[in-house]
Design a protein around this ligand. Structure first.
Ligand SMILES: O=C(O)CCC(=O)C(=O)O
Ligand SMILES: [Fe+2]
Length: 349
C-alpha cells in the first residue's frame, strides 16, 4: 500500500476502474458513502478502500509495512522448515500453515499454480475470548504475534464497518443484518493469507492463481505490485475481457466473496478474478497478503438455483471445504468447476 513504492504502469493495458470508498466516511456513517459502497458491491464486486483519512493512518500504514517485512522473511525460510507446517496436515478447513507452489490448479505449464501461501488463523492471533487458541507455527510467527494481533484488530473493525454500512444501505433489519454472522466475539474461520508469486520468464507465461471467486464474505487485499485481474460482471470469458486491478497508494483492494453473494440472494457480486503477468511482460516475484473474512462456520448459505438443479442450503464451513476440494489439483473435477468460478464456462487456467 503506502506509497512511493507502487510502480507506475509500464505499458498500455486494460485496467479496471473501481470506486474508491473512504473508510473514515463509512465510520462517520456518511449516507452518500454508504450508497456508493452498495453500488460498488452490487456492480463490480470490487472496490478500493481508502485509509488515508483515518486519524491513525500512519500507525496502520506501519502495521501494513510490518506484515510485508514479515512475509518476506517467512517465505525465505527453508522449504524443509516451511513444509513441516503443511496446511493440508491441519484438516480440510485449511486455516493454518504452508502451501507450496504447484499444489493447486492454475495456468503455469497449463495446469498448476505459481505461488506459495501461508494461512494464519484469526482465532490463533486475536481469539474471541481470553484463551488463545494454540496453533503450530515457526518461531517467527510466534515472535510477531503482537504485530499480527494489531493487524487482525484493524481488519475486524474495517469488516464490521463495511457490514454495518452494507446492511443499512440494503435496509436489512434485526436478525438479517450482516454483522450478526461475523461477530468479533465468536469463533471465526477467517484467516490472514500471505502470498508469494514466483517469477515467470516471458517464455512460460500463465495465470499464477487460477480464475476463482473468493469463498468467504470479504477479502481485504494488500499488494504493491500489479498482477491481479478481474472479469467484469456479465462479460464473456474471453482473453480481452480481463481488466487489471492496479495497486493504489493508501488503499486496500476489497472484494465481495461467495458468502455475501449467497447471503444477499445474489444482490452483491462475487467477482471472478485471477493473478497473472502483464501483457507481453515477464512476471517478477510478487508479494501480496489478504485478510479473508468468512461468516461464522454454521451460517446457512443458499447456493443459487442456476448452479444447482435444486436450491441447496449449506453451511459456510461446508462451502469452504467444497471450494478447497476444487482448488487442489488432485481433487479438482471439471463437471463442478462452477464451485470454483461461479460459472461453467471458465476453465481453471
Ligand atoms: O494476490 C492477489 O492479488 C490476489 C489473491 C487472491 O485472489 C486470493 O488469495 O484469493
Ligand atoms: Fe481471490
Amino acid at each position: 500500500m503506502s506509497d512511493s513504492s507502487v510502480p507506475a504502469p509500464l505499458a498500455d493495458f486494460p485496467t479496471a476502474s473501481l470506486k474508491v470508498i473512504d473508510i473514515q466516511k463509512l465510520q462517520d456513517q456518511v449516507a452518500t458513502e454508504y450508497e456508493k459502497l452498495l453500488s460498488a458491491a452490487k456492480e463490480e464486486g470490487f472496490f478500493y478502500l481508502d485509509f488515508s483519512n483515518m486519524p491513525d493512518w500512519l500507525h496502520f500504514s506501519n502495521v501494513v509495512g510490518g506484515v510485508y517485512d514479515l512475509e518476506k522473511e517467512l517465505f525465505d525460510l527453508s522449504e524443509e522448515e516451511k513444509l513441516s507446517f503443511d496446511v493440508d496436515k491441519h484438516g480440510p478447513m485449511k486455516l493454518n500453515g504452508y502451501k507450496p507452489i504447484g499444489r493447486n490448479v492454475g495456468g503455469v505449464g497449463g495446469k498448476r499454480d505459481g505461488f506459495e501461501s501461508w494461512a494464519i488463523p484469526k482465532d490463533g492471533v486475536l481469539p474471541p475470548s481470553m484463551n488463545i487458541r494454540p496453533f503450530s507455527r515457526p518461531v517467527l510467527l510466534h515472535n510477531t504475534q503482537p504485530l499480527l494481533a494489531t493487524f487482525m484488530k484493524y481488519m475486524d473493525i474495517f469488516t464490521t464497518t463495511i457490514h454495518t454500512a452494507l446492511s443499512t444501505a440494503m435496509g436489512l433489519q434485526g436478525s438479517e443484518r450482516l454483522e450478526l454472522f461475523h461477530r468479533s466475539a465468536s469463533p471465526s474461520p477467517s484467516i490472514l493469507r500471505l502470498l508469494k508469486y514466483h517469477a515467470q520468464p516471458t517464455t512460460e507465461r500463465g495465470a499464477s492463481q487460477t480464475p476463482h471467486t473468493d469463498l468467504g464474505s470479504l477479502t481485504l487485499l494488500f499488494t504493491r505490485q500489479p498482477g491481479l485481474q478481474v472479469l467484469p460482471r456479465g462479460a464473456k470469458a474471453a482473453p480481452e475481457s480481463w481488466r487489471f486491478v492496479m495497486p493504489k497508494p493508501g488503499c486496500a483492494i476489497v472484494n465481495i466473496g461467495d458468502g455475501l453473494a449467497m447471503m444477499t440472494g445474489g444482490l452483491l457480486t462475487s467477482s471472478l478474478h485471477r493473478v497473472g503477468p502483464l501483457p507481453g511482460q515477464a512476471m517478477g516475484t510478487r508479494y501480496s497478503f489478504a485478510y479473508l473474512q468468512r461468516a461464522e462456520e454454521h451460517t446457512i448459505l443458499k447456493v443459487p438455483q442456476q448452479q444447482m438443479s435444486v436450491e441447496e442450503e449449506i453451511t459456510s464451513g461446508e462451502w469452504l471445504r467444497r471450494k478447497f476440494g476444487m482448488l487442489r489439483k488432485d481433487t479438482y473435477a471439471e463437471d463442478t468447476q462452477w464451485i470454483l468460478t461461479g460459472r461453467q464456462d471458465v476453465a481453471p487456467v
